[in-house]
Design a protein around this ligand. Sequence first.
Ligand code: SD4
Length: 329
Amino acid sequence: SKQYPLVVSTWPFKEAVRAAWRAVDGGHSAVDAVVEGCSACEELRCDGTVGPGGSPDENGETTIDALIMNGVTMEVGAVAAMRFVKDGIRAAKLVMQHTKHTLLVGEKASAFAISMGLPGPSNLSSSDSISKWSKWKENNCQPNFWKDVVPLDSCGPYHAKASMDVKEGGCSTRNLMGIAEPRSSLVGPHNHDTISMAVIDKMGHVAVGTSTNGATYKIPGRVGDGPIAGSSAYADTDVGACGATGDGDVMMRFLPCYQVVESMRLGMEPMLAAKDAISRIARKFPDFVGAVVAVNKNGVHAGACHGWTFEYSVRSPVTVDVKVFTVLP
Ligand code: SD4
């Protein structure tokens, strides 16, 4: 039997699910409901890792990765490492709606978003992100994302690698435009919680979206799985949808959400498809931390995870308010 409209989201992001539910239950499209849901998380700064003021990079800056996908048309819009604009999912939607591109990055993504009417430029740092970053620096910037580069000084290894980084007093460098920017030392760990949301609307149309600050203390310029279609999310109205969260650097090598949807297309139940996608990654990277939530076009859902306990949220005609499901590794 069909159980939609339906909203499924990574983590217990109940307010976000409620916002998407209000939209889809009110007759709005799956795409619009995804925008409402993810943008609620951005405004609430879910877990301090979505929207403004979340997970700082190793320079202390918060940036945004976001994606939206329409499972009817297979159109995708995404922004990566977007600076100075807080509305990630809305920026992704503008890319999908108004351009023939799929992915815009960095300050050019910010300029696009602002030119299309989103607020900005604004500082995405908060007192939380600044104090988190300061503590991390006091703790010698451990853990970090470097494999084998040794810091030459307190400003980190970039200076040994990139001669265009002109060091200034007080740990700052000049960017490629010759503008001074602050520069910290080393890099960071696995502290992440992404909203990845799937919606089936009353027409049975499927859409997905993702919004995240990416990995905490990432190397500036790092783009995770968030804005990559098939990795953090994927949707095909003929089959279903998938959302992912976790160690994006590893997960994006496997396109787990594409894998989930394609497995379901071949007849796998959501549970098996989710477990299979996770185990493909775990076989190569036994230490990775991550999860996927799968939903088929009838609204049957399941999660799978590795390295942590995962929770996902569901609202459908058969749930009372938002129901949170716990998935053990
Ligand atoms: C990333 N996948 O940028 C994101 C972070 C995340 O749960 O999902 N955290 O790697």
